[in-house]
Design a protein around this ligand. Structure first.
Ligand SMILES: Nc1ncnc2c1ncn2[C@@H]1O[C@H](COP(=O)(O)OP(=O)(O)OP(=O)(O)O)[C@@H](O)[C@H]1O
Ligand SMILES: [Mg+2]
Length: 237
């Protein structure tokens, strides 16, 4: 059990007991073998690069339950009919938050959206395929802002992805250049705020997503589709 932290690269990172138990459970289930390195440490979650028994890379999004603003999460969750029964209890809220992200990713996968493949969700841990190489995550579009890329082509792809996701009934609700990784093509990540199109604010979330994307690509001198929101809205009403 001691050597699961490969080469000590996660050394010094202190996980609470319940999170460690969840990591062990995922190991026992054969989903992960080793934790390799910390990819990104945010306020509410830590993304860790891990490997499975076949040596394939995985990304684990581990919610830091004690640091999460679970009261806001709870309010947001219960407004989604799929989670309206969630109790206002810290662990329960955060584990359901992770489950919702996983569910949204499953729907995205079925709709053929370019995104990491969801592998498992257990307690506060979401395991998914790794976008990048050897534990180094692909850059976000925001990080690539100054690069010479085929921005028009990337915009066209992202438009397609939003169409697929909207047709599948999911509004990402946090779509921006910070939540799109680029690795030969764009991959949408961070589905934690995603709601179904039945959510009372679905249309305004969609409008905000489209605005964020269009504004980013306008800065890249791409001729954006000013009717994109209208076209997408037609799909959900
Ligand atoms: N599947 C993945 N493969 C590689 N890297 C990933 C993957 N998922 C996330 N990352 C890395 O972790 C970073 C943060 O991920 P994400 O946007 O999901 O979380 P967050 O913004 O911290 O969380 P949240 O917005 O849910 O609080 C990404 O920018 C990327 O560097
Ligand atoms: Mg994010």
């Amino acid at each position: 059990m001691e050597d699961f932290l490969s080469e000590g690269k996660i050394e010094g990172k202190v996980y609470d007991k319940r999170t460690l138990m969840a990591i062990f459970k995922l190991m026992k289930r054969g989903i992960i073998k080793t934790l390799e390195s910390t990819v990104k440490e945010g306020k509410e979650s830590v993304v860790v690069a891990a490997k499975n028994k076949d040596g394939e890379w995985l990304a684990l999004k581990i919610y830091r339950v004690e640091h999460c603003d679970f009261k806001s999460m709870w309010k947001y969750l219960i407004s989604d009919y799929r989670f309206e029964r969630v109790r206002n209890d810290r662990w329960h809220v955060v584990t359901n938050w992770a489950r919702r992200e996983f569910k949204n990713m499953q729907i995205a996968l079925e709709a053929g959206v370019s995104a990491p493949r969801p592998i498992a969700v257990y307690e506060n841990i979401l395991a998914m395929s790794f976008i990048g190489e050897n534990g180094v995550p692909a850059p976000t579009l925001a990080q690539l802002e100054k690069e010479e890329l085929d921005w028009k082509g990337i915009y066209e792809q992202i438009k397609e992805e939003i169409f697929k996701l909207t047709k599948a009934g999911i509004i990402h609700s946090d779509l921006s250049a910070f939540n799109i990784l680029y690795y030969d093509k764009a991959y949408i990540i961070d589905f934690s705020q995603g709601v179904t199109n039945r959510h009372p604010l679905a249309v305004s979330f969609l409008e905000r997503d489209v605005k964020n994307i269009n504004e980013f690509f306008k800065k890249k001198n791409v001729e954006v589709d000013e009717n994109l929101f209208e076209k997408l809205r037609g799909l959900i009403e």
